[in-house]
Design a protein around this ligand. Structure first.
Ligand code: SF4
Ligand code: SF4
Length: 337
């Protein structure tokens, strides 16, 4: 079984404790943050193991190359500290179980992965994708399974991810462009953290969209709208790709409002919070987030993750803010929608 690369000495000499000091749900000072992380690293009890709401952000906050959230998840699993009722956890585990119902396009060396997000089957069309389509991959057999870190179930990931990688290997792909942000995080961030070899180059779809928009720049009609961006938890596993949000918006004439809960300060959409930690917390976080979009004059809310979009779209629309996925925004900019 694969094991997490985590160096407790790095925490013991940490000057900031940024992982937990910046956590938007725990509110700790530096000394407490470092002390708790060292305890968790030693396998001791810590209140953090009960109170963390699995927003993934400390994976980004730690600038010293350790993996605080993966460690918290490992230790929760070890100590059987459940983050959700067993029935819900089991239901989610079953959702990702391969069923032999995957779909493949005409797969060649470069392919688009839709993960296990059926939305992409209808969303991915038009000129932005014409240099790769119909080379696509969809289904549980190619699903990263990273969602199970919300449920303290890293064993499921460690068991399934190598099988998923093997399925990609059998297709002979050299480059895979991931439209599911979390799948990209799985292959570019989580797999290396566990020493799992990835035999292809993972590419984030934001990098791909940016390049395609640049190639199609003669078609771009600046949209001239003010937008808020809803950053998903999974984006904390690919923070080096986050700059593409601004890069793309600048290219297509979208003004990204400078609001409180963006970039490093982003708030969870509330989907997992409601399911695992109760609707009071989910509603409070959603309210703060949407109030912030409104207060800064956002006309649209742009989503990366289809799951965040289905959680928040009705709520933002009720406030007169148009919900839109990044793919649709980019297609609109080149006159396709
Ligand atoms: S996980 Fe990173 S930020 Fe947190 S205490 Fe350790 S080294 Fe510091
Ligand atoms: S995952 Fe989020 S809630 Fe949990 S400790 Fe890290 S930053 Fe805090």
């Amino acid at each position: 079984m694969y094991s997490l690369k985590f160096d407790i000495n790095v925490c013991q000499t940490c000057p900031t404790g940024d992982c937990l000091v910046k956590c938007q749900y725990l509110h700790l000072d530096r000394d407490t943050a470092v002390a708790e992380m060292v305890k968790i690293g030693k396998g001791e009890d810590s209140f953090v193991l009960n109170d963390c709401v699995t927003c993934y952000a400390c994976e980004e906050y730690c600038r010293r190359g350790n993996h605080p959230f993966y460690l918290i998840t490992e230790q929760r699993q070890e100590k059987r500290i459940l983050t959700a009722p067993r029935a819900i956890t089991r239901q989610w585990i079953n959702i990702g179980e391969p069923q032999g119902k995957y779909r493949l396009g005409e797969v060649n060396k470069r392919a688009l992965s839709f993960g296990f997000m059926p939305e992409f089957l209808s969303w991915v069309e038009g000129r932005l994708f014409e240099d790769v389509m119909p080379s696509y991959i969809f289904g549980q057999e190619f699903f990263c399974n990273v969602v199970y870190i919300h449920f303290a179930e890293t064993n499921i990931i460690k068991e399934r991810l190598p099988r998923v990688i093997d399925n990609f290997r059998k297709l002979g792909v050299r480059e895979v462009i991931f439209l599911h942000d979390e799948c990209y995080g799985a292959f570019a961030h989580l797999a290396p953290a566990y020493g799992i070899e990835v035999p292809f180059k993972p590419i984030h779809y934001y990098e791909y969209l940016y390049r395609r928009l640049t190639e199609l720049k003669d078609l771009i009609r600046p949209l001239n709208i003010r937008a808020a961006y809803q950053r998903p938890c999974s984006s904390r596993l690919s923070s080096d790709q986050h700059h593409f949000v601004r890069d793309i918006m600048e290219l297509i004439g979208v003004h990204l409002v400078e609001r409180t809960y963006q970039d490093e300060n982003a708030l969870c959409c509330g989907g997992i919070l409601g399911m695992n930690y109760g609707y009071d917390l989910a509603h409070e976080v959603q309210q703060r987030n949407i109030d912030d979009m409104k207060a800064h004059g956002a006309e649209a809310c742009i989503f990366n993750c289809p799951a965040c979009q289905s959680t928040l779209e009705r709520l933002v629309a009720k406030q007169g803010i148009e919900p839109m996925h990044m793919i649709h925004l980019c297609r609109k900019a080149i006159g396709e929608m």
